[in-house]
Design a protein around this ligand. Structure first.
Ligand SMILES: Nc1nc2c(c(=O)[nH]1)N[C@H]1C(S)=C(S)[C@@H](COP(=O)(O)O)O[C@H]1N2
Ligand SMILES: [Mo]
Length: 222
């Protein structure tokens, strides 16, 4: 990620610096544990009705016809899906809550897309595969354990509330990983790399937790 010159570059750098400061200070930590069976909001979170936009400030403009997804690494059947091939995969509907580490949560988001489970059945991870690294068109990366990626609520989403995902929310395709803080849900997804060893991504390399379970307040690496 290169730092731009100019005002927007300065603003972006400040936002990123502030999130790194939060990690150092342990901002927002309540020290409580939440129980998803008894409460809707994880500890330290509040509900919002809007949908805030958060990213590194680069919002790639990708037309569906230009988009492709590479799925490679420790898999028996690597794939390179263009838009038509992605749309030809079985489509499913999902309903889930969003929990962002900056403390907002948004309930009942309806997604359409291809399930991670279906993708796994196509690419067939090798027995040695344990992790995935998600790569995005803005240079962002984030990592997940293979079993977390394969949870039944994980979706490669192209639509939200019945309409195509907008550019600022990661269209044409983003990942949605409901059981973890939203930084694991990579926008503008372009590559899923299967790995035998873990490889931390953008925020995981900048003081954020490796797994990010909101019910355990796994905000920071500390
Ligand atoms: N490609 C990419 N994906 C990303 C990010 C990013 O900067 N680039 N930011 C993450 C963070 S920190 C959050 S909170 C969510 C925000 O998604 P939203 O803008 O749709 O709310 O996207 C995540 N996925
Ligand atoms: Mo975030």
């Amino acid at each position: 990620m290169s730092k731009d010159d100019g005002l927007w570059g300065t603003i972006r750098t400040k936002l990123i610096d502030r999130k790194q400061e939060w990690a150092k200070e342990g901002r927002l930590l309540t020290g409580q544990r939440g129980d998803p069976l008894r409460q809707r909001l994880p500890p330290g979170q509040h509900e919002v009705k809007n949908w805030p936009v958060l990213d590194l400030g680069i919002q790639p403009r990708i037309a569906p016809e230009e988009w492709s997804l590479r799925i490679d690494g420790a898999v028996a059947q690597p794939q390179l899906w263009n838009w038509a091939q992605f749309q030809a995969q079985p489509q499913q509907k999902f309903l889930s809550d969003i929990h962002c580490v900056t403390a907002w949560s948004r309930f009942d988001n309806r997604w359409d897309g291809v399930s991670a489970r279906h993708l796994l059945s196509v690419v067939q991870p090798l027995p040695t595969a344990r992790h995935v690294l998600l790569h995005s068109a803005d240079g962002y990366t984030t990592n997940l354990r293979l079993d977390h990626f394969g949870a039944k609520d994980v979706v490669l989403a192209h639509s939200w509330e019945g309409s195509p995902l907008t550019r600022e929310h990661g269209g044409p395709v983003r990942l949605v990983v409901p059981k973890f803080y939203f930084w694991k849900s990579a926008k503008w997804l372009t590559r899923i790399e299967f790995l035998t060893k873990d490889a931390p991504g953008y925020w995981e390399n900048r003081g954020y937790h490796n797994e990010g379970n909101p019910w355990q307040e796994d905000r920071y690496d500390r």
